[in-house]
Ligand binder design. Structure first.
Ligand SMILES: *Cc1c(COP(=O)(O)O)cnc(C)c1O
Length: 343
């Protein structure tokens, strides 16, 4: 078989044998009736890790984010979100479609913005303007190249939001990566937000699943909207067991993905026509520009060599290290990058 190293995303991982075993033997029940003990255990554990009252297991990160938007707002409200944020950029227009809200975008730097940016976007109470309700942050920031929000900057933005009575939501699909890389615990970040979304199917390597965490009253409302959005699931403890396994066994190892990303970045930065500052690679996402050919053409040539990655813009490529890419895979892939980009 031809060798393939898949760097398209950290979502492409296969469940490990131990994870499949945990899933196969999970005790399950009908979770819409509240009967699935494995889901309940996972929700309690997620709430504990994030230091929140309650959590809700959901099929996708998109649903976790959109449930948050739904519980914090009413139709006609405005939410503030960074222009490249997943919640706005990659969720198929869901804030408008599912919650009837408008998004007002802040232009960040690699996904991060400041309290001053937030203040500048706020408008006075006036019948002409939609009421602003919610501010959303993303940590790590996907399109920002896995950029970590420093805790003091989050605190500053959160402080400004609180002064204006705004709610705060964190898209923490890769909060695990931010914590492992920065040493700031998930709960320290989470404490600054009303609600937090996390994913088990990104770097943690579970096949399916995300969670939303926050105050009990909000999570009870979110449970009703989850049903309305079509996310009420039955014997879903099978999936929750995979998520549990991922949470308990695959968090610390994210450091390995980060080392691999750094190694890849240093190797790519030396290649002709590649624009990449390895210092910008903080977690498991390596974004770089190519100057000699369109990104899509480079991606196609790499694919022919067994190296799979995504063109995320006309001249931008993205490689994401993950659970299924070993140190040996990475060295092999670096050889392929050299062949293609030197040619
Ligand atoms: C992947 C991702 C999500 C959720 O994506 P789903 O595919 O819906 O699970 C949310 N936020 C960020 C930042 C992501 O990278």
């Amino acid at each position: 078989m031809n060798r393939i190293v898949d760097l398209r995303s950290d979502t492409i991982t296969q469940p490990t044998p131990a994870m499949r075993q945990a899933m196969a033997t999970a005790v399950v029940g009908d979770d819409v009736f509240g009967d699935d003990p494995t889901v309940q255990e996972l929700e309690a554990r997620v709430a504990e890790v994030l230091g929140k009252e309650a959590a809700l297991f959901v099929p996708s990160g998109t649903m976790a984010n959109q449930l948050a938007v739904r519980v914090h707002t009413q139709p006609g409200d405005e939410i503030l979100v960074e222009a490249q944020a997943h919640l706005y950029y990659y969720e198929a227009g869901a804030p408008a479609a599912l919650s009837g809200v408008t998004c007002r975008c802040l232009n960040g730097t690699r996904g991060l913005f400041t309290a001053a940016d937030l203040e500048a976007a706020l408008r006075p109470a006036d019948v002409h303007f939609p009421p602003t309700r919610l501010v959303c942050l993303e940590n790590t920031h996907n399109r920002g190249g896995g950029k970590i929000w420093p805790l003091p900057q989050v605190a500053e933005v959160a402080g400004a939001a609180r002064q204006h009575d705004l709610r705060l939501h964190l898209d923490g699909a890769r909060l695990w990566n931010a914590s492992v890389a920065s040493g700031v615990a998930e709960r320290e970040y989470a404490a600054l937000f009303d609600t937090v979304a996390v994913c088990f199917s990104k770097g943690l390597g579970a096949p399916v699943g995300s969670a939303l965490a926050g105050p009990l009253e909000l999570m009870q409302r979110a449970r009703r909207f989850r049903k309305q959005f079509g996310g009420g699931m039955r014997q879903v403890g099978i999936l929750a067991a995979g998520a549990w396994h991922a949470l308990e066994h695959h968090r610390a190892r994210l450091a390995e993905d980060h080392r691999h990303a750094q190694r890849l970045a240093l190797a790519l930065a030396e290649l002709p026509g590649v624009e990449l500052d390895p210092a910008t690679v903080e977690t498991n996402i390596v974004r770089f520009q190519v100057r000699r050919q369109p990104a899509a053409a480079v991606a196609e040539e790499l694919r022919a060599q067994g190296i799979w990655l995504l063109a995320t813009g006309p001249d931008t490529l993205r490689a994401v290290t993950n659970l299924d890419v070993s140190a040996d895979d990475l060295e092999w892939a670096i050889g392929g990058f050299r062949r293609v980009l030197h040619a």
